[in-house]
Design a protein around this ligand. Structure first.
Ligand code: ATP
Length: 193
């Protein structure tokens, strides 16, 4: 998958709509302290389904909405649109929007989808909110200091098999509830004898 464009509006310091083109190859973001470099990377993670406010350097998810400054009022919503091309050359437009008091909503190519669908789409394409392709400040030191289990997780993300764990958990939970239903059925049938 190739990320082509990123559009932000009301996301953290990006109060005005901003659009960035992301060219093939390695992209570096440079700029003075506090100009929003990390916010950009967080916007990519956020639209890919990141749900931990802590990894967004926020107390709660609504903190990603522009909070206002002395001269500008706060915004009521934040929106990030990621335009990508999948490995078959098909367009993929993913939008995540959060409104104060209303939580997050996701759209893929104009259709409403669940957060899980978005996370799985990116996980299957060997990218996503925790992808090693997104290298934030301090990440290199973190990789060096990582425990073996954490390193394995990084390799799984890179290999595109992270989504399989989610599907395994879903399948296990379905299996458990089916087993319970079977037990109840057996009890009922025993009562009929
Ligand atoms: P550094 O080089 O110091 O790490 P940076 O370029 O990575 O900085 P960021 O950390 O991305 O900068 O941006 C920090 C700026 O974003 C701060 O000025 C902060 O006030 C602003 N900011 C963060 N969240 C919000 C928000 N919800 N509303 C308004 N501004 C915000």
């Amino acid at each position: 998958m190739q990320i082509k464009r990123l559009k932000l509006s009301g996301f953290k310091s990006f109060v005005e709509p901003a659009e960035l083109r992301i060219e093939p190859g390695l992209t570096g973001v440079v700029g003075p302290n506090g100009c929003g470099k990390s916010n950009l990377l967080e916007a990519i993670r956020w639209v890919m389904g990141e749900n931990s406010p802590k990894s967004m350097r926020s107390g709660g998810m609504e903190d990603v909405i522009f909070a206002g400054t002395e001269s500008r009022p706060p915004r009521d919503f934040a929106e990030v649109v990621l335009h990508a091309e999948d490995d078959d050359g098909e367009d993929l437009d993913v939008t995540r929007r959060i409104e104060r008091g209303a939580g997050s909503a996701y759209r893929v190519n104009g259709n409403d989808v669940r957060a899980k669908d978005v996370s799985l789409t990116f996980a299957d394409a060997a990218t996503g909110a925790h992808s090693p392709a997104l290298v934030s400040q301090g990440k290199i030191a973190q990789v060096i200091a990582a425990k073996p289990a954490e390193r394995r997780q990084m390799l799984e993300e890179a290999a595109g098999i992270a989504g399989l764990h989610v599907r395994r958990r879903d399948a296990e939970s379905k299996l458990r509830s089916t087993e319970k239903n079977l037990e109840r059925l057996e009890d009922l049938m025993a009562g009929l004898d």
